[in-house]
Design a protein. Structure first.
Length: 476
């Protein structure tokens, strides 16, 4: 009988914090920007400069720790992780090894198999490195230090996950908690959330862990799932053929669907960590910790309960809307403006989800404002535009956040309520379609649908279908 294997997975998740300035200097953290324009002597590692910790970084790190049930370290330090690489101008990265800011947390995930706790070993703060650009010039590489010194937290899980489904559920949970806190936008494609997967396999029932590898370069949930499957198979094949798994860092190539070795995996001692003498120790007072605790937002579970009580929309809608902080904020603000929870929810659940799916976007990417969605709902309610026109306007609003009132006026999309004009259109349609008219008069009720369609077409879609229907019945 073939042997059964168990996959053991732990994650190191890097999250770029949403501070306006870098972790140890006043440079901007904005994404993009011309190369080396968001830099200063501190974040380019000039001799004689001194780092000063950005207090907001510490606040976000503590807030994430509290949201993930960690113990917050009240007296902490930064350490230097020494390595030479051109994207790292100081030749060391300021990180935390000995006293990370948070420890021993957990988050609950839910998969088909049920609920499960995934342990968090620690969360530490560190600075990001610059970016090397290899393809632009043929004979050399370029370096951009705009990202150098952007604040990161690294969330290190326990090896508690057993398959890709659990890994994705864990990442989604982390992303949601952090987005709710406003501590990061957590965009995998832009690198503001990056996951390294540590994976080993062992015979089912074995007590010892197998040798693990670490996979990098995973920038979508899909790539993560595929990399886990690929690496599991690779390791099992090695073991079955009597070879050994080597502890190493591997790079996943999602295009080819395979991974290759980058370097042998280092241990902490390879980096010669030592406490950073330039930074004062961190002390978190009782008062400040209490303040951060008090400022924790309403998280999803509480929000779902409140929506159920306050808005009377279906559970399914609540689940989808609260699954994204951005969508939940948009929903609440639009309802506050127009007082129509069911209608707001409908626009989000039907048209918004359809367009997001069609364009491969995340709910966090929705750009239209609550003001404009409220205006659109009022236009439909007041019968200024009909449902078909509303959908067309919505699609443009989804793309460019236009003001629907102005747009409808400019394009002349308002429903024609002038009964005289409608009567004339109906008369013409009746005259032009004798066959359908005869069918209707002979009792084929369905024929009226065609005539309504023809009238709507003649009115360029700008009529109230209910009114057209009534006029047709009257005039036939
Ligand atoms: Zn700087």
């Amino acid at each position: 009988m073939a042997k059964q294997y168990e996959t053991v997975i732990g994650l190191e998740v890097h999250v770029e914090l949403a501070t306006k300035t870098k972790i140890f200097c006043g440079c901007s953290t904005a994404f993009g920007g011309a190369p080396n324009t968001h830099t200063c002597p501190v974040c380019t590692g000039m001799p004689g400069t001194l780092p000063v910790l950005n207090k907001k970084v510490l606040e976000y790190a503590v807030a994430v720790g509290l949201a993930t049930n960690c113990t917050v370290t009240r007296y902490g330090k930064f350490d230097r992780k020494n390595y030479f690489y051109p994207d790292n101008p100081q030749n060391y990265q300021i990180s935390q090894l000995y006293l990370p800011i948070c420890r021993d947390g957990s988050v609950e995930i839910e998969t088909e198999a049920g609920k499960k706790q995934v342990g968090i070993h620690e969360i530490h703060m560190e600075e990001d490195a610059g970016k090397l650009i290899h393809d632009e010039w043929e004979d050399c590489s370029l370096v951009d230090y705009n990202r150098s010194g952007v604040p990161l937290i690294e969330i290190v899980s326990e090896p508690d996950m057993r398959n890709a489904e659990e890994v994705i559920a864990y990442l989604e949970k982390l992303r949601m908690l952090i987005q709710y806190l406003g501590a990061s936008d957590c965009k995998l494609q832009e690198g503001s959330m990056r996951a390294d997967v540590n994976l080993s396999v062992r015979e089912a029932g074995a007590a010892e862990f197998g040798t693990r590898t670490e996979m990098k370069n995973l920038n979508s949930f899909r790539a993560i799932a595929r990399a886990i499957e690929g690496e599991r198979e690779r390791q099992i094949e090695l073991i079955e053929s009597g070879q050994k798994v080597v502890q190493e860092t591997r790079r996943w190539d999602d295009g080819k669907g395979e991974s290759y070795a980058m370097r042998s995996k280092e241990d902490a001692q390879d980096y010669r960590y030592f406490p950073d003498p330039d930074l004062a120790p961190i002390v978190i007072s009782d008062e400040w910790l209490a303040e951060i605790k008090a400022a924790q937002p309403e998280f999803r579970t509480e929000k779902m309960a409140r929506y159920k009580k306050e808005y009377g929309i279906p559970d399914y809608d609540i689940e989808i809307i609260t699954g994204s902080k951005h969508m939940a904020d948009l929903f609440e603000e639009t309802v506050r403006l127009c007082g129509e929870p069911k209608k707001v929810s409908n626009w989000l659940m039907v048209e918004t989800l359809r367009l997001l799916k069609e364009r491969g976007m995340d709910p966090e990417d929705i750009c239209f404002s609550p003001e404009n969605l409220a205006k659109l709902i009022r236009l439909v309610d007041g019968k200024s535009i009909n449902g078909t026109v509303a959908k067309e306007v919505f699609e443009i609003m989804f793309e460019k956040d236009i003001d629907p009132e102005k747009y409808v006026e400019e394009k002349g999309l308002e429903t024609v309520s002038d009964e005289g004009a409608l009567r004339r259109a109906v008369e013409e349609v009746i005259a032009a379609n004798p066959k359908s008219v005869e069918d209707y008069r002979n009792g084929k009720g369905k024929a009226i649908g065609f005539l309504v369609g023809q009238t709507m077409k003649a009115m360029k879609g700008k009529a109230d279908p209910g009114m057209v229907n009534r006029l047709l019945k009257e005039m036939l």
